[in-house]
Write a protein of this length. Sequence first.
Length: 240
Amino acid sequence: MSVTVALAGWLLAAGTAGAAALLGRELARRGELVARACHELGGPLTAARLGLHLVGRTSQAAGQRLVAIDGELCRAGLALEDLHAARVGRRVQERREDVDVGALLVQSVMAWHAFAVASGADLSLDGPPCRAVVRGDRLRLAQACGNLVCNAIEHGGGRVAVGARADGQRVRIEVRDSGPGLPAPVPELAAHARRGRGRRGRGLAIASEIARAHGGRLAAAPSARGATLTLELPRPRPGA
């Protein structure tokens, strides 16, 4: 009888420990979803606030700047929706449409220009306009580009160049800076942030997951100086 009782007690303890471990992992996952939503809320609001100050000081490209600010406020709205969905361990479902890559980059550079000025960085578009189109969620792709640009300004600095080119069936978006370079490979930085051990890699983790959700990837390209991050996305197939 004592053996049976002991066995039952051991099984109960093991089951309790297993349930506690599962609950801990689920709480950690939801906590990371909340942290990401908060991260995505803070960045666009900062860019919008600084952008509005810049609009107030100059009328140059005011219309374009206001469009970019509106885009950042839409990103902030999406972050709030993600924050609400994080309560049940979800994110807002993606909305697919044709996205003009060139227009997306113009908007990202315009939106983060004031933040670059305030940070002492020189942010600009690089190369001829990219006229390629990708299929995806416009706001999620804006999140990915915004995170790469913000990271380059905040952690790289100097000259930050944003460009894109179509290469066969893929589009490559590049963000280059002239800072000290990445402290670790992109997957390591992203994984570090996923485990809740650092804010720096969270933007890269978000951009990486958005790229994968769109059938692409985020990678670091060879660079003689600073860091060059490349967001690769597939182009839609003809007739698709």
